[in-house]
Design a protein around this ligand. Structure first.
Ligand SMILES: [Zn+2]
Length: 114
């Protein structure tokens, strides 16, 4: 099994930052409904944020939501011991790649084929 602990630390740090960024962006939005969404998120467990924000936010939030999904997926894979394997060929993803982006889902051979 791949030693994922230091990746987990990085993932959790970035998750924290991205969630904070989402809250800040919502709170400073000109759209009033985003303010109440920010309040709703604040009252809920961060693990439910993706569910709560789904379909409520426009494309301007796409990048941040996608990143949140990637980070949560990687943390989940660590939980179940499936972290660091290519989702196409199931080979180990090399550590250089995971160090560059701990949410990488494909090995160096499969990624360019996308
Ligand atoms: Zn692969």
């Amino acid at each position: 099994m791949i030693n994922a602990q230091h990746h987990l630390l990085r993932l959790n740090t970035e998750l924290e930052q991205v969630r904070q960024c989402l809250l800040t962006t919502l709170s400073s939005s000109s759209n009033k409904s985003h303010h109440s969404l920010a309040e709703t998120l604040h009252k809920n467990n961060p693990e439910q944020w993706l569910e709560l924000t789904q379909k409520q936010l426009g494309t301007e939030y796409k990048d941040i939501i996608v990143r949140l999904e990637q980070l949560e997926a990687a943390v989940c894979q660590i939980d179940i011991g499936q972290y660091g394997y290519c989702c196409d060929c199931e080979e180990k993803i090399d550590s250089q790649r995971l160090n560059a982006d701990p949410t990488a889902q494909r090995c160096g051979n499969c990624e360019p084929r996308l």
